[in-house]
Every structure is written in C-alpha cells, then in structure tokens.
Design a protein around this ligand. Structure first.
Ligand code: SAM
Length: 425
C-alpha cells in the first residue's frame, strides 16, 4: 500500500494507526490524515496514483492490513472517526454494516461487534439455521454473524468463525466473551484452505468476503468439501455487473473495499455448480456501487453427493471440528499449557516433524498430566516427551491445519511463519 504523503496528526483515538487505516468519514479524515487524503476508506485510499491490483500474496496482505486496521479501530471504540454505526463512509451506511440487521438482532450483540460489522447483508436471516446444527462463517470478522448464528443453533449446536486476520480474531473472541456465548469458536485460517474436516458442517455462511479472495473457485470447492451431504450455502456478497470497467477492476482500494474482486452473477453461478452445488439462487438486494450490487447467494449439496475431491496441494484434513471440550474448558486448558510454558520453557523451534520444545525437567509431572488430558479430547495431536540431557524434549505434531492450535498452546504464535513446513502427523 502506498505510504501516505502527509504527516499523521496525533496518535490516539480517531488518529490512531488503526483508525487511520480504516477511517472513512470525510471530516475525520481531514483531521487524522491531513489535507491530501483520498476519497474512500483509509488515509491513502482513493488518491490518484493509488495502488493497482498486484499478485496474489500482495492482494491477500493488503486485504489483511485493511481489516486489521478496521478491527483495531473498532477495538479502540472510535465511532467519532467513522460514524456511530460502523466503519463505513456516510454515503455507504445503507449498503454495508450493522444497519443491514434488524433491531432485534442488533440489540442482542455487544456494541463492538456492531461497530466492526463490515458485511453487505445479513446471511443469518436466510440460512434457515436450526437448533443443533453446526455452521461455519467464512471470513467472520468481528463475529457478528457467528454470534447471531450461535443463538439460532442453540446450546446443542455450534457456530464456527474462520478469519485470517489476528486483530479480527482477537476482537471476535472479545465480543464472544462480552456476549457470554459458549457454543462458538473462532478459528484462524484462510477461506482458500479451510482448517476443518470434510463433511463436518451443516451450513456455510459468509458476509462480503468471497469477493476478496484471489481464488474464488477454490473457496467454493472448500465450502463444498466441509459441508455434509445436503448441506446449505447461504452467503451475502457483492456481485459485479458484467460491464464493470477495467479501471475499477484494477483499483486495489476498490478490491479491498469489496467491489473490484466481485464475481458476476453468471460466474458465481457457474463456479458454484462446478464446485458441486445445486439449486443455486442469486437475489440482488441493494446497489453498493455504480457497477455492483449486494446479493444473497444460496445453494445446496445434493443429499447423496459424493465428497468433493481434495485439492492437490495442502493438507485439508484439519483438526476434527467436533472437539469434546466446551469453549470454557478449552480456555482453562490453554491457561494450563501456557503456565507450564511460562515456568519451564527453555527453547523452541519449528522442525519438519512439528514444534520442538526444550523444557525444565521439574515440569515433567504437569506435562504428562496435560498430554494425557489433551490426547483424550484432541486425538489429532501427537505428543512425544523424552529426556534430553538434564532437560526434557517435547515434540508436538499434527496435521497442517493444527499448526496454529499447537503454537497457541505454548504462546508461540510468532513462529507461525517459521521456515519449515509442517509434516502431516
Ligand atoms: C469485509 S470484512 C467482513 C467481515 C464479516 N463477515 C462481517 O460481516 O462483518 C472481510 C473479513 O474477511 C477476512 N478475510 C478476507 N480474506 C480472507 C481470506 N482469504 N481468508 C480468511 N479471511 C479473510 C478479513 O480478515 C475480514 O475480517
């Protein structure tokens, strides 16, 4: 993303780094960004010479940056920057954000979840969720649709959110705690490589995210893979008019703003069918741009569908989604692992086989207790504990999708981008 040419004013509140990235309100932009700010969200957005759509990794990083900024701004509670409804420009409030939800839904949510709402519809209103079902939200952001779905599926069901942006995941988990909802879990990962087992969810929803992906056919194949036979796809997303002009398509700010990457209605329908869906239905709800509209996109898998073939690259098995611990129990387990790591961890590295840790010998009893407990609820993790001179050596391995979970156990999220690939455990 091009660096802003102007000096930033101040470092707090509306002018904090998070707010500067997400800010859309013209009057606040003048104050935070100086005179030379652009016309869309972010200090440097919408200016002449702004970034054009580049390669896949660049695009994903710019998307991540933009939504990290939005999450930080929402966490800071800076409504004065972008209005009191959402991180959305005044002229877009009716097209994006929490204004698209009924007051009954909004009233049930923490204000930070409403503030972080960046969707273009309300997929939970058309997902026909039933008590006891398992649902997954692709690109769950601040968690608004996951929290609403959790109420609909009730205590016997489960609502999962998936997002790649750490700041959004933190915000969503905070919103979950504030809402006091137990049957919810937020997973870290990408919608192109969903860290969830095959045939494990009843409903996939998503709200204004698929347009952001650089590989939409793959996202739709992943949705089909994780859905059970007969499973439902209920998504709000932007659909482009067939004539969307090339300049809009190339504009990186319009891409991260959910417009430039949108599929046309025909392409969406074709890719859904190619991924194995049937009964595809695409209904425009409102215009969001001169060349694009928001739409409800629904489809389902045949009850007797043959499981979708896995992608050639990557490990798609992921951790089994039905972990036997409640989210409260998981929090306690996490605290126990982190306490032992804080007291006894001497060295850590990511090896080809998994995470390798050198620990003090006096932690052995607690480690064996935790390994036994973990093995009964998370059988996809593989622990190997042995002596290493005067110390202990613990290796923790698992399928590729379990890597973030393993690193989180020991508070080692910083090793996420370590060089070695994770072997399949
Ligand atoms: C426009 S916001 C929508 C958030 C949420 N669905 C809502 O309605 O408020 C897009 C979200 O999708 C996430 N996201 C974008 N691309 C992603 C990808 N390829 N994999 C996982 N998450 C992604 C972003 O981090 C961000 O939280």
């Amino acid at each position: 993303m091009a660096e802003p040419e102007t000096e930033q004013i101040g470092s707090e509140g509306c002018c904090s780094p998070g707010a500067q990235q997400a800010c859309c309100a013209p009057e606040a932009k003048s104050e935070c960004c100086g005179e030379a700010h652009g016309s869309s969200c972010g200090c440097d957005a919408g200016r002449s010479g702004e970034a054009e759509v580049r390669d896949e990794a660049d695009v994903r990083e710019m998307v991540r940056e933009r939504y990290a900024g939005a999450a930080t701004a929402a966490s800071e509670g800076t409504p004065a920057c972008c209005g009191d409804v959402a991180l959305i420009a005044d002229d877009q409030r009716e097209a994006f954000g929490s204004g698209l939800y009924g007051s009954e839904d909004r009233d049930a949510l923490p204000s930070a979840a409403q503030l972080a709402s960046l969707g273009c519809g309300n997929p939970t209103a058309v997902a026909d969720l039933e008590e006891g079902e398992t649902m997954l939200d692709l690109g769950s952001g601040g968690g608004i649709d996951v929290l609403l779905s959790a109420r609909r599926v009730g205590p016997t069901g489960k609502a999962y959110g998936l997002d790649m942006t750490d700041e959004m995941l933190e915000l969503a988990r905070r919103n979950q705690r504030e809402a006091g909802v137990e049957n919810v879990e937020f997973l870290k990962g990408t919608i192109e490589d969903v860290p969830v087992a095959d045939d494990s969810v009843d409903v996939v929803i998503s709200n204004c995210v698929i347009n952001l992906s650089t590989d939409k056919p793959r996202v739709l194949r992943e949705a089909a893979r994780v859905l059970r036979p007969g499973g439902r796809f209920a998504v709000s997303d932007v659909v482009a008019d067939p004539g969307m002009d090339a300049a809009t398509r190339r504009d990186m700010q319009r891409w991260t703003g959910c417009i430039a990457g949108a599929l046309t209605r025909e392409d969406f329908e074709r890719e859904l069918m190619a991924a194995g869906f049937e009964s595809v239905e695409i209904l425009e709800t409102h215009r969001v741009h001169e060349h694009a509209a928001s739409a409800i996109v629904r489809a389902r898998l045949a009850p007797d569908r043959v499981p979708a073939p896995r992608e050639a690259s990557g490990d798609h098995s992921g951790p089994p989604i039905a972990c036997s611990l409640s989210s409260g129990e998981k929090g306690e387990r996490l605290d126990a692992w982190r306490a032992v790591a804080a007291a006894a961890l001497l060295e850590s590295s990511v090896e080809e086989r998994g995470l390798s840790l050198r620990l003090r010998h006096d932690a052995e009893a607690e480690l064996r207790r935790l390994i036994a407990a973990e093995s009964s609820c998370c059988p996809f993790l593989d622990f190997d504990l042995r002596s290493d001179g005067p110390d202990l050596r613990l290796t923790v391995a698992g399928p590729g999708g379990a890597r973030p979970i393993i690193l989180t156990l020991f508070g080692l999220e910083r090793l996420e981008n370590a060089e070695h690939a994770w072997s399949n455990g």
